[in-house]
Design a protein around this ligand. Structure first.
Ligand code: ADP
Length: 616
């Protein structure tokens, strides 16, 4: 008489299987991950039993996982030497659903309402994912409890399953999948090897595929920091990045709240984006208890941290069946926030502890931090701390942080000043710098075309506004210089200049910021500077002509060129007009705004001719 028992699946299992079998998943291959993870859990549980002193059946067999593919037979078999299942456990675990969440979800599905594949994916279907690819599943299991015996569980999916005693089984569980016609690829060794390498490389028990050991690299992120050698870290970096140099920085940390996280992050030694490789993608892989959830996880870090490499492992993640469902979950956003804040704090610490390495990092990756300032409101303040610039108070080549700048500020200074220039010499010679030099206020020199936008976005630092030199309202402190025009004369000259230059300028006024230069142009728009205009023009896609921008002209009432202009404008109107135009063009040159110097050159040559003309 056969001792085979026939069981029906619980109604919910029936429903779950129906979804698993009939819905099209993009990631059928994840059944390998699910079954190996179950095997690893069983090994883990066995260890626990061992360590708590339970008597173990066949205790000499160490916990491990073996996978065997049989292409001619169209099968794949996954065996673990974990804790196994008794008759009762087989009924309980593989015939009913314990997860209340999954149950509740399934309850909502009534009649022929189509299941939302994405939603079911959030619960994970574990063992049942086998039925995505198998027409028949056989489970042989022998519990670790010595007085138990072995059982064979078989099912063709729909309907139910059969249970029969199985003699002489070794401890653990063996699952054999008879693959469906359309899933025969999963009986190919190289297909399975690729899948195991991808998802299960760090499973903490040996995995063998057709007698070949696969997972040899350790999940060092889960180990104690103090026990890991630098070479091990570097080896791991090479494993995740395929880069054979050593990383510039490494951050290994774990946290319990608000999320359980273990992370090992690396900053590569070089910025590959500037090496002509195009835009790089984040290479941080997301794991849940050492099992891959998502390679190069999108959304785990903000875009501007896309140069990072490494691993993030969080126990709080659901083992999702479909990768797509991970992306926008609020959990992912939480992870993103925690990880980003932690990494920025790390950089701030490094800038103190490893100042030299930090500057190297800054040299390679400053553009990403700046991208963060402009695009990411959440981390703006932390990013502001990380910026570095040359400064008028420091030697060329030395960089300062905004925090150190603020520390040096004299009490009467209320704003942080910045000046964009092509280089140090240009910054120091700039007419916009004169008032600061005169008043001995420190100015940050920005050499990256984007820096003005970055400062505008950053807006304030430690409560001090960031001010572009060109936009400052600072006045010279000293009294009027000898020989300078009176206020009335200066106003009259300004008026005459406006009439003479007409449409070429906006307003003309006497300047309170110039020392050595005769004049300066200032963008009339409160938020615009000359270099911003240049950048916007360079970025413009279409060929429409630009709207003419009028600049205000400020003149220096103490400059000889200006005082003499005032003197001759009554006597020689033609010469005065020509000089006025030249002063405006010179100011434009200083601001980098003169695009076509040809007209200016003709005029300049005429002026020189007059200077050299024989006195009559
Ligand atoms: P989950 O793993 O999410 O709990 P599964 O459907 O994959 O869901 O498995 C259900 C249960 O079956 C597991 O919780 C475990 O108790 C048991 N189980 C599955 N596979 C094994 C195995 N290889 N060895 C021992 N127990 C297993």
């Amino acid at each position: 008489m056969s001792k085979t028992e026939t069981h029906h699946f619980q109604a919910e299992i029936q429903q779950l299987l129906d979804i698993v079998i009939h819905s099209l998943y993009t990631d059928k291959e994840i059944f390998v991950r699910e079954l190996i993870s179950n095997g690893a859990d069983a090994c883990e549980k066995l260890r626990f039993q061992q360590s708590s002193g339970s008597v173990i059946y066949q205790s000499e067999i160490t916990p491990a996982i073996t996978v065997v593919t049989d292409e001619p037979a169209g099968t794949i078999t996954i065996t673990d030497t974990g804790l196994g299942m008794t008759h009762g456990e087989l009924v309980e675990n593989l015939g009913t659903i314990a997860h209340s969440g999954t149950k509740a979800f399934l309850k909502q599905l009534t009649g022929d309402k189509k299941p939302d594949v994405g939603l079911i994916g959030q619960f994970g279907v574990g063992f049942y994912s086998a039925f995505m690819v198998a027409k028949k599943v056989t489970v042989l299991s022998r519990s670790f409890v010595p007085e138990e015996s072995g059982w064979q569980w078989t099912s063709e999916g729909m309907g139910g399953y059969e249970l029969a005693p199985a003699a002489d089984l070794p401890r653990g569980t063996r699952i054999t999948l008879e693959l469906k016609e359309e899933a025969k690829e999963f009986a190919q060794a190289n297909t399975i090897e690729r899948i195991i390498q991808r998802y299960s490389s760090f499973v903490p028990f040996p995995i063998e595929l057709n007698a070949k050991r696969l997972n040899t690299v350790q999940a060092i992120w889960a180990r104690n920091k103090n026990e890991i050698k630098v070479e091990e870290y570097n080896e791991f970096y090479t494993f995740v990045s395929h880069d054979h140099e050593s990383p510039l920085f490494r951050l290994h940390f774990s946290a319990d709240a608000p999320l359980a996280i273990q992370a090992l992050l690396f900053v590569p030694p070089r910025n590959f984006e500037t090496l002509g490789m195009g835009r790089i993608d984040s290479e941080v892989n997301l794991y849940c208890r050492k099992v891959l959830i998502q390679a190069k996880a999108k959304g785990l870090f903000p875009e501007w941290l896309r140069f990072l490499k490494g691993v993030v492992d969080s126990e709080d993640l659901p083992l999702n069946i479909s990768r797509e469902t991970m992306q926008d979950t609020s959990l992912m956003q939480k992870l993103n926030k925690v990880l980003t804040s932690r990494f920025l704090k790390f950089l701030d610490e490094q800038s103190e502890k490893e100042a030299e390495a930090y500057l190297k990092f800054y040299g390679e990756f400053h553009r990403y931090l700046k991208e963060g300032v402009v695009t990411d409101f959440t981390h703006k303040e932390a990013l502001g701390k990380l910026l570095r610039f040359e400064s008028s108070s420091l030697d060329q080549g030395k960089l300062t942080s905004l925090a150190d700048y603020v520390k040096r500020m004299p009490s009467e200074q209320t704003e942080i000043y910045c000046l964009l220039a092509a280089n140090r010499a240009a910054a120091e010679a700039s007419p916009y710098f004169e008032v600061f030099r005169e008043r001995k206020f420190e100015v940050l020199f920005l050499y990256d075309a984007w820096d003005e936008f970055v400062m505008e976005h950053l807006h304030t630092f430690e409560g001090k506004s960031l001010k572009l030199a060109e936009k400052t309202e600072l006045d010279l402190s000293s009294a009027k210089k000898d020989g300078a025009l009176s206020d009335t004369d200066a106003a009259a000259l300004a008026q005459w200049l406006k009439t003479t230059l007409a449409d070429k300028v906006g307003a003309v006024r006497a300047s309170k910021r110039l020392v050595d230069s005769p004049a300066v142009v200032v963008d009339a728009d409160k938020f615009m500077t000359a270099s911003m205009r240049r950048m916007m023009k360079a970025m413009k896609q279409n060929s429409e002509p630009d709207l003419p921008v009028k600049y205000d002209l400020e003149i220096n009432p103490a400059h000889p060129l200006v005082t003499r202009l005032e003197a001759i404008r009554q006597q020689d109107a033609a010469l005065a007009a020509s000089v006025a135009e030249q002063i405006l063009d010179n100011a434009r040159v200083a601001a980098g705004l003169l695009e076509d110097p040809r007209a200016m050159l003709t005029r300049l040559n005429q002026l020189l001719e007059r200077v050299l003309a024989k006195p009559s």
